[in-house]
Design a protein around this ligand. Structure first.
Ligand code: NAP
Length: 278
């Protein structure tokens, strides 16, 4: 292929996405003749848009709300996308439109950066939530060999469905079980939208956790959620949602532009400033 390579993020709406800023930073940093654009595409137009991705000038795309399920159905997903049940990164491989779910490596990448030894303390992990983000979190933990994961959800049936989807490592639990579960956990992950700006707070007593526990939050607005602030005050190691967002973007950039980009402090600060403005 010659000329400028381009990728995009497809959503409806899409204008609040931070992906153009993030990929734009890497394109500049690695001096790549490339472009990353936003495409606002309605659900009705989405299948036709994907079918003509190359004609639109793209080598691949990120997919956001509400198209992640449709993207899975309209592409050739890898094991991660299939297991999580959503595709967020697409690329053209000749005539084939392939897909993956990079939230899995985003979550694990952020944990690795915050606490490289987290795997040694992950059995008995408590994951709050059973939505799309939680599916990526739980699949990532299972891929890393974690054998017991307590999945706590307000709608208990959705936690039970996780066990059916991911197998016996998942132990479905109710919100009332949380204090007891925290007493034995050394990894806590918030994968609900609680604690996010304009959402109800997340009420969790991090003092119940062991002193060497790791706390992760997928929420990144605000950058430091009340959960992470409380964990930090206690001296626990924390992994934040912005690091997850940055690490999940690495694979797409590499697939489209041929360079594996680095998640740097400078990039983190750039996006953090953007979030602070919001
Ligand atoms: P989702 O599929 O809608 O799931 C939302 C989850 O939050 C469900 O488990 C839901 O429980 C729970 N929840 C919502 N309101 C609640 C309440 N008042 N009380 C108790 N539980 C409540 O959403 P999602 O896509 O997983 O996103 C969740 C969060 O993750 C969002 O803040 C999103 O921005 C973030 N996220 C971040 C990244 C990243 O890269 N950092 C990636 C993906 C997602 P029920 O099932 O009972 O409704």
């Amino acid at each position: 292929m010659t000329g400028t390579r381009a990728a995009c993020i497809i959503g409806w709406p899409v204008k609040h996405s931070r992906s153009p800023k993030l990929h734009g930073y890497w394109l500049e940093r690695y001096r790549i003749d490339g472009d990353y654009r936003m495409e606002e595409v309605s659900p009705a137009d989405f299948p036709a848009f994907l079918a003509t991705l190359a004609a639109h000038g793209y080598v691949g795309a990120n997919i956001t709300i509400p198209h992640k399920d449709a993207a899975l159905a309209l592409s050739e997903p890898d094991d991660r996308a299939r297991a999580v049940g959503a595709a967020n990164t697409l690329w053209l491989d000749g005539d084939r439109l392939r897909s993956t779910n990079t939230d899995v490596e985003g979550f694990i990448g952020a944990l690795d950066a915050a606490a490289p030894d987290w795997r040694a303390r992950a059995d008995g992990a408590v994951v709050l939530g059973a939505g799309g983000g939680a599916r990526a979190v739980v699949y990532g933990l299972i891929e890393c060999g974690v054998t017991t994961i307590h999945v706590v959800n307000r709608t208990f049936e959705k936690a039970v469905a996780f066990r059916e989807r991911f197998g016996p490592a998942v132990r479905p639990a109710r919100w009332s079980d949380v204090p007891r579960l925290l007493d034995n956990a050394r990894l806590l992950v918030n994968a609900t939208s609680l604690g996010m700006a304009k959402q109800p707070p997340l009420d969790i007593d991090v003092n119940r956790l062991a002193p060497d526990a790791v706390v992760s939050d997928v929420v990144y607005v605000p950058l430091k959620t009340a959960l992470l602030a409380a964990a930090e005050r206690r001296g626990l190691r924390i992994a934040n949602g912005l690091d997850m967002l940055l690490h999940q973007a690495v694979r797409g950039f590499e697939l489209w532009f041929g360079v594996r980009p680095e998640v740097t402090r400078e990039l983190f600060d750039l996006l953090a400033a953007d979030i602070a403005k919001a």
